[in-house]
Ligand binder design. Sequence first.
Ligand code: NAP
Length: 366
Amino acid sequence: MTSPSACDGAVSVRPTGAGKFRVGVAGASGYGGAETLRWLANHPGFEVCGVTSRRNAGKAVAAVHPHLAGFYEGLTFVATPEELLQTSPDAVVMALPHHFAAAYADILHRIFPELRIVDLSGDHRLDDADLYRAHYGADHPHPETLRSGAWIYGLTEMNRDAVARARLVANPGCFATGALLAALPLARCGLIDGAVRHVAMTGSSGSGIEAKAGTHHPERTGDVKAYKILAHQHVPEISLCLSRVGMDRAKRWMMVPQSGPFARGIFTTLFVDLPEGTDEAAVRNAFDNEYADAPFVRMRNGTPRLGHVRNTNFCDIAVTVADGVAVVLSAIDNLGKGMASQAIQNLNLMFGFDETTGLLVPGSRP
Ligand SMILES: NC(=O)c1ccc[n+]([C@@H]2O[C@H](COP(=O)([O-])OP(=O)(O)OC[C@H]3O[C@@H](n4cnc5c(N)ncnc54)[C@H](OP(=O)(O)O)[C@@H]3O)[C@@H](O)[C@H]2O)c1
């Protein structure tokens, strides 16, 4: 058990005595919340102290998430952020819809300014209120937070040190995670010439736990379709993030998201024109150098496979270079590295643990 004051400071914070840091999960009845609970169930440094759901308030965790039976006995959902704070969390993971998340974070932060928060929504990833309105369809409830610099973008592999010092972390979008890990080495080494073409296929869990016409099983199984063509909300997040390692933010990034006939995973394909004269060795060196110390990025030959990363925190990447073009493929679990397990990776750093703590689960054969 810890007191909130034990969390002042950054990398050196440790739980007091034999206790664990206390984590609350807001929106714990949804897919991201459930996945966060799954990853925290056996974590050696964190214990879940509270969970919220407006519609399931008063119910036990296992009544809503039967797959978690036996892990959270005695823990019941509460409805409000105020009730969540009464469970004395050191940190809260917010798995809430965008727009509501920013308002929720504001409440948490006003009541308990020392609280560490990891936001899984898109509400704290951008730096511009107009961009937010254009891509999320409404005014940001607290636009002042976008330019404040208080929220650190939680692509762990890129921002390890800043995340370790952060109180507030904006977890990346799932498509953005798959694309950024594929593009980061090339952007950092100035190996992106011209527009980037980005095709990415996601599973149905990407749209959350509520059944919708587009995620209904008969509509989705056995079918593939594109959506939000050249208009996905993760593109500005990708451009902003890569501009921080030297890519021109105005560079054209052409994304075609696709919905695939499976529940979990994102398979990303990037087509990148290389500067004239770039050889394959330069491209491979860029990836090897970028990810030499990245325990969750695995370079593969030929192609990554979704089946090998499902239920893990891994991002598998493969690169092919021919005729001045690099084709970069990546595979992640959208609910894992694209969401909940990356949130735990960030929480690990924020509380002074090794980033792999509780996360080194191998993939499985399909
Ligand atoms: N699914 C993915 O692959 C993925 C990946 C990365 C990031 N994200 C982002 O992560 C967030 C959560 O996604 P998800 O897939 O877990 O969504 P979800 O399955 O729909 O779950 C949303 C949760 O938020 C609660 N909620 C809904 N409206 C609320 C409100 N106004 N105030 C408070 N709680 C509310 C819901 O429970 P109650 O209605 O009972 O309160 C539910 O527990 C979203 O912002 C999403 O964009 C999703």
